[in-house]
Design a protein around this ligand. Structure first.
Ligand code: ATP
Ligand code: MG
Length: 257
């Protein structure tokens, strides 16, 4: 069985009848990179929030199985400890908490009740070493770690810090929601290089993007097109190139008929 199995997933905005996800089926195994593309408002970010257990959404039908466990039975923090990671489309600021301290808290929260039994907080020298290595990988200036998280960060800097958190948390399933948007060409290359360096047989990645460009650097095994809460088409990497020329209109028509 694939590591992540999403079956007939329907979800509403919490406490409303507005259905956003209308029957999603998707399977992904560790070691694979899948991309999700689709028009604005089709439900891509909603899918990422539902996977993470965001309380603003309610699953009305279907299931999500991760490594044989029912994710829908798990609270958001349990999902995070089970190895799910979401890089937000719009990262939030945490004034007064430095990047280094925020990441250390996140790393320590993950160690609690972790499968390796490492319940104790990470030792500071070990943490510093890992953080420095990850910052070097992502070409982030040393001085940045003592700044408040995302407070006054440029759009591209925020995205780079999302990937820094990912590098430190070493997720089993990374969901990257438009991590490429707002990155300049050099940052896109560096961030993509970081994702590729972190990928391996123990990690799967779901990349939500509007652009073919990041997929030139981070090569997807599969591409899924989400239109109006449904995956209307899945295919190989060539599908992204096709979409770039045809747009979504034709696919949306096919999906309705
Ligand atoms: N909390 C909410 N309250 C009201 N509407 C919501 C809420 N969350 C999502 N929606 C609506 O659900 C639809 C899907 O939103 P979502 O953010 O998932 O789209 P998206 O595919 O990520 O779009 P984009 O490409 O612009 O990021 C939109 O019409 C959005 O307005
Ligand atoms: Mg979105």
């Amino acid at each position: 069985m694939p590591d992540l199995v999403i079956r007939n997933l329907h979800a509403n905005i919490a406490d409303s009848d507005t259905e956003i996800l209308k029957g999603i089926d998707l399977e992904l195994s560790k070691g694979e990179i899948h991309a999700i593309m689709g028009p604005n408002g089709s439900g891509k970010s909603t899918l990422s929030h539902v996977l993470m257990g965001h309380p603003g959404y309610e699953v009305t039908e279907g299931e999500i199985i991760f490594e044989g466990e029912n994710l829908l039975d798990m609270a958001a923090d349990e999902r995070s400890r089970a190895g799910l990671f979401l890089s937000f489309q719009y990262p939030f600021a945490v004034p007064g908490v430095t990047v280094a301290n925020f990441i250390r808290m996140a790393v320590n929260a993950h160690r609690k009740g972790g499968p390796d039994g490492a319940d104790d907080p990470i030792r500071i020298p070990e943490f510093r070493k890992q953080l420095q290595e990850a910052m070097e990988l992502l070409e982030i200036d040393k001085s940045m770690s003592s700044r408040s998280l995302n407070d006054g960060f440029s759009g591209g800097e925020k995205k780079r810090f999302e990937i820094l958190q990912m590098a430190m948390l070493k997720p089993k399933l990374a969901i990257l929601d438009e991590t490429d948007s707002g990155l300049d060409i050099d940052a896109l290359r560096i961030v993509s290089g970081g994702i590729n360096a972190l990928m391996g047989p123990d990690m799967g990645t779901l990349i939500i993007t509007h652009y073919q460009r990041i997929l030139d650097y981070v090569q997807p095994d599969r591409i899924h097109v989400l239109v109006d809460g449904r995956i209307v088409r899945s295919g190989g990497p060539e599908l992204a190139k096709e979409l770039e020329t045809t747009g979504y209109a034709e696919l949306a028509k096919e999906a309705v008929s």
